[in-house]
Design a protein around this ligand. Structure first.
Ligand code: MG
Length: 380
């Protein structure tokens, strides 16, 4: 049966076409009724690392409130934004969705604090990069199939997951690492997913920041991207309540960013005229905001860095989180027999990496529990 995706007709020549995929590491028969990238997306959704995203922090630790974003809802928002942009540009939205849903699978518990702590612990053993870990989850760590480790995803999905990578690690990755060594771009779909990620977190962090009370509306009046949309909302709805005003403003900001990104990217595509995915890879970056909006988005990013991510209440949590991750890593390194049985099996191959894989795979609450079990007398 031919896939009924209708992909070919709807896609631009520079898009990733599933029938021209560079393929999977382990040969498998085509799926019936699904394209390769739709199948990749389905495999991601069914994997255990994807379910664990529900209990991993974006900014706020999972137990801090039910309304904040988690890595799971963040990934869904990235997929939604990415698909919307891809469709406007004739790019392959199934591939954008697969990349978006998988892009954070390698994140440690406690967001960036956890990743920094684990990188510090792993310095003498090759370091820890969350992008590379996302790839490791889909290439190695998931145990779902009889014939191979990992999810055996298509090259293009794996290319999109590996957003950054050190040159040292790129050299070990063969075909997938080449673009970092040759300073080439990934597919347009990967570029779109990357910027959809930025649109998602900047906007939801404003929303969560205000909801948590760590940010005040007044502070955001100095952030042009927020202020101009907030003024629009107040003019249209003079009596609007604060929560609804924030929601209206954030939704308009997301829309502005999506429209700007699609418009600027289309302009670049028209000027570069890439005729295939390989010409996209050879070209200058195609997915981009216009210079004016890029500037506004940077002001917003720096506002969030100084006022939210470095807020003393967030810093207290991240400092605790770093301590938990570091304590866990050291305890297992000193005594690998503390590891659960199935993880002990991997210790023989590479002790530090096996421990990093175990710690990185933990959810926030599992890491806190495991810390209690190892360090609190009376727990087991
Ligand atoms: Mg992300």
């Amino acid at each position: 049966m031919k896939p009924r995706s209708g992909e070919t007709g709807a896609l631009a020549p520079y898009a990733a076409h599933s029938e021209q995929s560079r393929g999977r590491c382990h040969a498998e028969p085509e799926a019936q009724g699904r394209t390769a990238f739709q199948r990749d997306r389905d495999r991601v959704i069914h994997c255990s690392a994807f379910r664990r995203l529900e209990y991993k922090t974006q900014v706020f630790v999972n137990h801090e409130g039910d309304l904040f974003r988690t890595r799971l809802t963040h990934s869904l928002e990235v997929a939604q934004i990415g698909r919307a942009i891809a469709r406007q540009l004739g790019a392959n939205d199934d591939l954008v969705e697969a990349i978006s849903l998988a892009h954070d699978l390698g994140h440690t518990p406690f967001g960036h604090a956890g990743q920094d702590a684990l990188h510090e612990c792993m310095k003498a053993y090759g370091g820890f990069e969350h992008n590379l870990q996302s790839l490791r989850v889909v290439d190695e760590l998931e145990e779902r199939y009889g014939g191979f480790n990992g999810l055996n995803l298509s090259f293009e999905t794996r290319e999109g997951i590996l957003k950054h990578c050190s040159l040292e690690n790129a050299r070990k990755l063969g075909e997938l690492g080449e673009r970092f060594l040759r300073k080439r771009q990934p597919s347009l779909e990967a570029q779109i997913a990357n910027l959809a990620d930025e649109i998602a977190y900047n906007n939801h962090d404003i929303d969560d920041g205000l909801r948590s009370g760590l940010l005040q509306l007044g502070q955001l009046e100095d952030v042009p991207l927020f202020a101009r949309h907030a003024n629009e909302v107040r003019a249209a709805f003079p009596d609007i309540g604060e929560r609804r005003m924030v929601n209206e403003t954030v939704r308009r900001m997301i829309n502005t960013l999506i429209v700007d990104l699609a418009t600027e990217t289309e302009r670049r595509i028209t000027s570069a005229q890439p005729a295939s995915i390989d010409e996209v890879r050879e070209a200058q970056p195609l997915a981009a905001f216009s210079p004016a909006v890029r500037k506004e988005a940077d002001v917003l990013k720096s506002f969030l860095l100084h006022n939210l991510y470095r807020h003393f209440r967030v810093m207290r949590m991240t400092t605790k989180a770093k301590r938990i991750v570091t304590d866990l890593f050291r305890a297992f390194l000193d005594e690998p027999r503390l590891l659960p049985q199935d993880h002990q099996a991997r210790v023989a191959e590479n002790k530090a990496r096996a421990i990093a894989d175990y710690v990185a795979g933990m959810t926030d609450r599992y890491a806190m529990k495991e810390h209690q079990r190892l360090f609190a007398i009376g727990e087991s």
